[in-house]
Design a protein around this ligand. Sequence first.
Ligand SMILES: Nc1ncnc2c1ncn2[C@@H]1O[C@H](COP(=O)(O)OP(=O)(O)OP(=O)(O)O)[C@@H](O)[C@H]1O
Ligand SMILES: [Mg+2]
Length: 306
Amino acid sequence: MKFIIAFLILFINIYFIKYQTFSYSFIYMQNLVISVAAPKGGVGKTTTAVNIAVGLSNKGKKTLLIDVDPSGYSSSAFGYDEEKIFANVIDLYKQTKNVQEVIHRTQFPNLEIIPFERINYNEEVIFNRLTSDKTVLRSAVQEIKFLYDYIILDCPPFLYGSTVNSLVASDYLIIPVKSSKFSLEAVAKMIGFVEEIKKTENPGLKVDGLLLTMHEFNTKASFHVKKELYRLYPNYLYKTAIPKNSKVAESTFYNKPVILFDDHAKASVAYMNLVDEIIEKHETSHLMNLSGFEHSDFFEEEIGVN
Ligand SMILES: Nc1ncnc2c1ncn2[C@@H]1O[C@H](COP(=O)(O)OP(=O)(O)OP(=O)(O)O)[C@@H](O)[C@H]1O
Ligand SMILES: [Mg+2]
């Protein structure tokens, strides 16, 4: 009898590990580390990091958002002003605090955050010097990775310092792409940079996807960028595109991510779709055809482009 039970347990384990079903992900955490980065300012990195972190936590995923951008915007998106921040990313780099001591709770049980207090120019110079040690962030992330389904890192708009550290510490990368001519150059630069990191510090790093942000579904410029991205990187483009939506800017005045500010706003609905897409991709990947999706399906909504 004991032998039969042991055999059954072994069989079930092998089945779940091989086929990663929902029940497997329900029992075991995903422990995925995802950076949101692009070598371009104002493309929606912070908006994306914050909204997918909230979205994932709403779906019951234990999530940690780490703000590694010295401008500290993702912290302020949660209303984290200076008084509420008792420790931050710099303390980690200075090694005056360990990673457990810099984690802040939020109003959501599944969402925690490591904030970045806004710093002045001199402090930023010091911080950039500290980031030359690429092991600090990676070690910190490794130490707590097992506690979370998803760890999301919001990176600054440059390809050195804490961005490099985040990519070294990550499994995946989301590249937000704002529809403009220069976005394509930024994507090529980012993908080239990922190849460098893969060759040196982090061979396991993968591009999770290119995300169209502030997308205007009815303009030729946006359509052109989308088409070019699809042509150049067919397997990378998320099916979800985030529309340009005034509710996003409005939500920042209330220190709230848009999906909390107005869950019916077009951008909020899109971010929730993106969260579903990410979860589906990582937790039911065996069910999907990872070679991409149907071209006709992808462009269906834009047939009326003007
Ligand atoms: N979908 C959207 N629709 C309209 N405005 C948006 C949208 N996404 C972001 N924005 C606005 O665009 C601006 C830049 O967004 P965000 O701060 O997320 O970019 P970023 O890439 O993190 O910038 P930085 O490089 O400065 O860190 C913000 O004012 C934000 O409110
Ligand atoms: Mg930002």
